[in-house]
Design a protein around this ligand. Structure first.
Ligand SMILES: [Zn+2]
Length: 147
């Protein structure tokens, strides 16, 4: 009888073995099954957790070393000039596989018909603009939160 872990596509190495660009003690780096841009990869922790609990004290520095290596490899392989580094945590954010992973999407000025249509521009005027008082209230709420 399959359990949640067996049903997880990132816990069944046979299913993604051909997608492994490289791996280390804590992470697989997998070529995405459908590219947003050529070279789109995912950094997948070997530990099955849906959220950031997938990253342990032992693996957090390895995550940044792995990310840096991915970036250098994508620059060398695809001539990437920029990157989007994205993760979806929880269904409202678009998470479909309950196994934490990080997308690394190489970007280039030469992209034609950019399928991603994604530009994260936090300084743009597209979002709502909170008042200074709203900002102060939000800061207070976050500081008070017991975690
Ligand atoms: Zn899993």
């Amino acid at each position: 009888m399959p359990n949640a872990k067996n049903a997880c596509p990132f816990c069944d190495k046979e299913r993604f073995a051909h997608q492994i660009a490289f791996e280390n003690k804590h992470f697989y780096v997998l070529i995405a099954r459908s590219f947003l841009t050529p070279g789109h990869v995912m950094i997948v922790p070997k530990r099955h957790r849906a959220d950031l609990n997938a990253i342990t004290k032992d693996s957090e520095s390895a995550l940044f070393r792995t990310l840096n290596k991915v970036i250098y490899k994508l620059q060398a392989t695809f001539g990437a000039e920029g990157f989007n580094i994205l993760t979806n945590i929880g269904r409202p954010a678009g998470q479909t596989i309950p196994h934490f992973h990080i997308h690394v999407i190489p970007r280039s000025r030469k992209e034609k018909n950019n399928p991603l249509k994604l530009i994260f521009n936090p300084g743009s005027r597209h979002g709502s603009k909170p008042s200074r008082l709203d900002v102060v209230r939000i800061v207070k709420r976050i500081k008070r939160a017991k975690v």
